[in-house]
Write a protein that binds this ligand. Structure first.
Ligand SMILES: [Ca+2]
Length: 483
């Protein structure tokens, strides 16, 4: 298996209606996938031997050994070697489709965008190989210890630009399937130690089966998954679905502009049967459907949500297709407990909620226990005229403005002015030191914002996502998003 692999040309079928993330509970069930689907897949294999660096470049005309940039592979080779790094040059139609069975080898396979700063061997290198993007067909990754890293782009202050990897597919599909969905329900492997970083993903923002990153292996589990500096936008059903997972971190990502309809109910992030999930320093915009971040069924304990922004753009969700609004809440659970939701130890703190069209900010409709909302900032929610709604969350130290009749809570703050540097342009950095919330529980440990600025510095605990003043060396004002 020495040449470039081919992948299933029917990948658009991955998003069968029975598997889409945000669909109504009543319509969901165990998907039965015939063995014919697996049989048509041409799969990458993983070799256990210890590896080296390899070069991958579309259009290379050398020996295709991967040894240098003249003799680069023209796509990922059919067998990936554990312990190796595969540097990928600018190009299109790169393919990654790994369906690995039991594999106890824990040496990482790294697939990394080649850049001027980091491209392995310099033999045959041309700076023009590293100044653009490497574009991938929709990915299937069902193997452990794999890093998929676009090397550049994304993160706070730079959410939408510069990503070295892109997965753009204008069909009704799943863009990054991190799972073993083709296996029978009792024949699916657990997947551990996965990183997906610095990658832009986009599809159709129409109601349907479009999904971004999908961790969906019913009955199997994901452990230790990091999604960082991703730009997941214009993806119809939803940017992210997390099921049967533990120890998953979403860091510095932008997620938004999904779509919804009665037939294909959308959601930005859905979790099922998942615990110890962290959403931090990310930006959620123009979400429609059930809500932005929440749980559908199965227990959902130890969910940490901090340093994020939840907002609608100036154009609002009407520009993002689908019907406007979110039904359950920005942070949500479903509203009935027949599916085993049990929200325990959700910590929702130092987030900014801005320019949102509905007042249901945090709705954990199944009571659970020990769920807190501390030091969040709510400004211009429900158009500034409606009422706030919080369900089954203990609040303290949150700041509220527009509407100005805020719900009572310990150490709550009534805003008397716009708290941002420039709200109209979505620069949501704090404009001054006038606001401070109570310290967070010390047992939560040191806390920093997306720019590394310590919360509580100078005795100030600025409510919302960003600490005042900005850390020395971080320029201010910071333009965080331009809708
Ligand atoms: Ca180039």
């Amino acid at each position: 298996m020495g040449g470039p692999l081919s992948v299933d040309s029917r990948r658009g079928r991955m998003g069968s209606p029975n598997m889409n993330c945000g669909m109504p509970i009543a319509a969901r069930g165990i998907m039965k996938v015939g063995p014919w689907i697996r049989s048509v897949l041409a799969l990458l294999l993983i070799a256990p031997t210890f590896g080296a660096n390899y070069c991958v470049r579309q259009g290379a005309t050398g020996a295709q050994t991967g040894a240098d940039w003249v003799n680069a592979y023209t796509n990922l080779p059919a067998t990936l070697v554990r312990g190796s790094t595969y540097y990928v040059a600018d190009g299109t139609n790169y393919k990654l489709n790994i369906h690995s069975r039991a594999d106890s080898n824990t040496n990482m396979i790294t697939i990394r965008k080649a850049t001027e700063a980091d491209h392995g061997t310099s033999t045959g290198w041309n700076p023009a190989y590293g100044d653009g993007t490497a574009d991938w067909l929709p990915v299937v990754l069902a193997a452990s210890y794999v890093t998929f890293d676009g090397a550049t782009g994304g993160g706070a202050g730079n959410f939408k630009t510069g990503h070295g990897f892109r997965i753009i597919d204008n069909s009704d599909t799943i863009l990054f399937m991190l799972s073993d969905k083709y296996g029978a329900p009792n024949d699916r492997v657990s997947i551990t130690n996965i990183t997906v970083a610095h990658t832009e993903m986009s599809s159709l923002n129409i109601p349907g089966n479009c999904e971004g990153v999908n961790l969906t292996a019913s009955g199997a589990s994901f452990y230790s998954v990091t999604l960082s500096n991703l730009y997941l936008h214009d993806i119809g059903d939803g940017p992210l679905c997390i099921q049967h997972s533990r120890d998953v971190t979403i860091d510095g990502c932008w997620l938004g502009r999904n779509a919804t309809s009665p037939d294909h109910h959308g959601v930005v992030v859905r979790m099922d049967f998942s615990n110890f999930i962290t959403f931090r320093n990310s930006w959620f915009e123009d979400g429609v459907g059930t809500g932005f971040v929440g749980a559908y069924d199965g227990t959902g304990s130890d969910i940490y949500i901090y340093g994020n922004v939840f907002c609608y753009s100036a154009a609002g969700p009407a520009a993002a297709a689908g019907s406007a609004g979110y039904g359950n809440g920005v942070i949500y659970t479903l509203m009935n407990d027949t599916v085993g939701i049990n929200p325990v130890n959700w910590r929702i703190y130092h987030n900014t909620f801005y320019n949102l069209p509905a007042g249901n900010c945090i709705g954990l409709y199944v009571a659970g226990s020990n769920n807190v909302g501390y030091n969040n900032l709510f400004y211009r929610v429900n158009g500034g005229s409606g009422s706030w709604s919080f369900t089954n969350v203990s609040r303290k130290g949150d700041a509220f403005g527009q509407p100005n009749s805020f719900p009572s809570e310990t150490a709550g703050i009534a805003l008397t002015q716009d708290p941002f540097v420039n709200a109209a342009s979505f620069n949501l950095m704090p404009k001054d030191a006038s606001l401070t919330s109570p310290p967070l529980p010390p047992e939560w440990g040191p806390q920093k914002d997306a720019f590394g600025n310590s919360r509580g510095a100078g005795g100030i605990w600025t409510p919302g996502a960003y600490q005042f003043p900005p850390l020395a060396g971080v320029s201010s004002p910071l333009t965080l998003v331009s809708p």
